[in-house]
Design a protein around this ligand. Structure first.
Ligand code: SAJ
Length: 420
């Protein structure tokens, strides 16, 4: 096999939470990067040196990458030495993976492929996607995978809220459809990644990604189940978790209002549907986490006073703290359950701009409210001055479903504090 020519030009398909930071990081490391997204507004925003996503450091990085001339955004791909596909893989209603974005992105680069090109899929995908779907779509170019076209799977592993640091620092797992493909992809990532790069097969890399997220889902479900059991005994779950975690081999996660985001509530289903008879635990974890918002809503309703026109100030539409992302957020199911019980839910979130339900400002949400329900662990909520809430609310009741509020200060301000 000839020595691999160094990748100089890179085309990144999808300028979302993963694609945009990835494109910008490669660009500031000297690659000529074209970022592709069909959405005009995203392309315009990136070309103006802006980031349409709230993520620490991203705006500065995109600005620097665009200003250096190494990053430009387009709605259609162009030819390049390498391609990275970072498009969504949502869940269909029947809980199978919707791979249409991957298929469209792959088809869109077919006319631009040249011998020796490298194509890497980063989107979380069901086992077998790289070797079957991706390779077969790219073969339409007339090139032969593993001969004059190199294909690999390299799952993104970044944590929203810490994307830029994790993109560079985390270890990466790269699975080639053959050893040469894996090797070529590893050489490219090693130029920007500080963590270790492990090369394996495509199927192993796909399974690694899915099991990482399923592991987290199962562990969060355990914490949520722990909270439910503790509530039967009026025991504080955070105290139980904290003390259990003093054991050298126990590390229980935090109970909360449920699991949101575009990864963890979705990815375990890719495994469950690939082996339905052998995935009872992952299925059960999904059940626990999916029903957690109802449990939170029921506990809120049970804590409310008997008054007419009950109102709950729901704080946090985001799926977790300090992000602007409300995809699959547990807040939706909580709000639905409150509304179904005839309770007005007034939603406030300082980060989220677009949401399924109307968003109120801080003052509106608290005005005459009978409970402040904290669903997202935003820093602003943790630091919020309880006296301000006390002045506006009709009933001084707070339900901290994230365990972030300083209880003593809220109690001192006259609040009854309910914890998860
Ligand atoms: N959560 C809890 N309790 C906890 C931890 C999390 O209730 O102790 C909730 C969060 O509030 C949130 C959900 O779980 O609603 C998921 O949040 P997260 O911070 O665990 O993960 P994500 O979805 O933001 O990112 C995950 C990460 N995967 C793992 O940690 C294994 C990230 O590294 C992946 O790159 C990302 O999924 C992805 O894109 O797949």
């Amino acid at each position: 096999m000839d020595r691999q020519p160094e990748v100089k030009t890179l085309c990144v398909l999808g300028l979302g939470y993963v694609g945009l930071p990835t494109a910008a990081v490669f660009a500031v490391n000297g690659f000529q990067v074209i970022g592709v997204d069909p959405r005009r507004a995203i392309v315009d925003s990136v070309n103006a040196g802006d980031a349409p996503i709230e993520e620490i450091g991203l705006r500065t990085l995109v600005h620097a990458a665009v200003n250096s001339g190494n990053l430009r955004a387009l709605q259609e791909p162009e030819s390049a030495d390498a391609f990275i596909i970072a498009v969504p893989t949502p869940l269909r209603k029947d809980r199978s993976a919707d791979l249409s974005y991957v298929e469209q992105a792959a088809a869109s680069i077919v006319p631009h492929l040249n011998p020796g090109n490298l194509v890497v899929l980063e989107s979380t995908s069901p086992p077998g996607t790289t070797e079957n779907l991706l390779s077969s779509v790219l073969s339409r170019s007339g090139l032969t995978p593993s001969v004059d076209l190199f294909i690999a799977y390299c799952p993104e592993r970044v944590l929203p809220g810490h994307i830029l640091s994790e993109l560079v620092e985390n270890d990466r797992v790269i699975g080639g459809i053959d050893p040469e493909s894996g090797h070529r992809a590893a050489l490219m990532y090693q130029r920007v990644v500080e963590g270790r790069v492990y090369v394996t097969s495509a199927i192993v890399a796909e399974l690694v990604k899915l099991f990482e997220n399923a592991y987290r889902d199962v562990n969060i479900a355990f914490a949520n189940e722990l909270a439910r059991v503790c509530s039967k005994w009026a025991a504080d779950p955070s105290e139980v978790v904290e003390l259990a975690n003093r054991h050298p081999r126990v590390n229980i996660l935090k109970p909360g209002p449920g699991v949101g985001g575009h990864c963890i509530p979705i990815d375990p289903w890719f495994l469950v549907s690939s082996a339905p008879a052998d995935s009872a635990l992952m299925r059960a974890a999904r059940g626990v986490n999916d029903s957690q918002p109802q449990w939170i809503a029921q506990r809120t309703i049970a804590a409310l006073p008997e008054l007419p026109d009950l109102k709950v100030a729901v704080w946090g539409a985001a799926y977790k703290g300090n992000v602007d992302d409300a995809r699959e957020t547990p807040a939706i199911a909580v709000i639905e359950a409150l509304t179904a019980a005839g309770i007005q839910a007034s939603v406030f979130d300082p980060h989220v701009k677009e949401f399924t339900y109307p968003l109120s400002d801080l003052g509106e949400s608290l005005e005459q409210a009978d409970c402040l329900l904290v669903l997202a662990d935003h820093k602003e909520f943790e630091l919020f001055e309880p006296g301000t809430a006390a002045k506006r609310m009709r009933t001084k009741l707070v339900f901290d479903a994230r365990g972030i509020l300083p209880r003593a200060s809220w109690k001192a301000a006259g609040f009854r504090v309910v914890t998860i």
